[in-house]
Design a protein. Sequence first.
Length: 173
Amino acid sequence: MNRKFLAHRRPGRRAAAVAGLVLAVGLGVSTQAPAQASVHAPAQASAAAQPVSGTPGQAVTRVADFYGAYIDAKSDYPDPDAALATALRKHYLAPDFAERLAAWEEENGTDGVLRAQNVPAQWTVTDNGAVGNGHEVVVTLTYGSGGTARKTKLFVLLERYDHIADITTASAR
């Protein structure tokens, strides 16, 4: 190969690498499905790709984005990212709720967002409709697998400004 040919090919490689990086970063931010988010699993050769979509401002998408990123930050083995988990809470939680949640965590000795001391293996996020001036979203967390799997259902209330205003184990409806 001559020098001119190699010089000509490099910008394409750089552009492809940059495009791949942008795609990877973009997918990491927006891969939470409005109806269901799932834990990353090893790809199987015969498995078909699952589409994932969302809409800015949609309650179920916002909650799925929060839980997906929060669970990723908490479960980054062997080095969980506590700073990221804290930043996500600050961004997504209403300030007064964040204070109440911290008090609940102190009293119960567990993570208030997950209502557990460990991280779920799977989660599902579904719309539960309008509640007063807010919107309720159901988050189902699955801990363990197979016959030992345990599910926890949480009801997440978003205020009209898209901040999480409450997380409970009972519906406000």
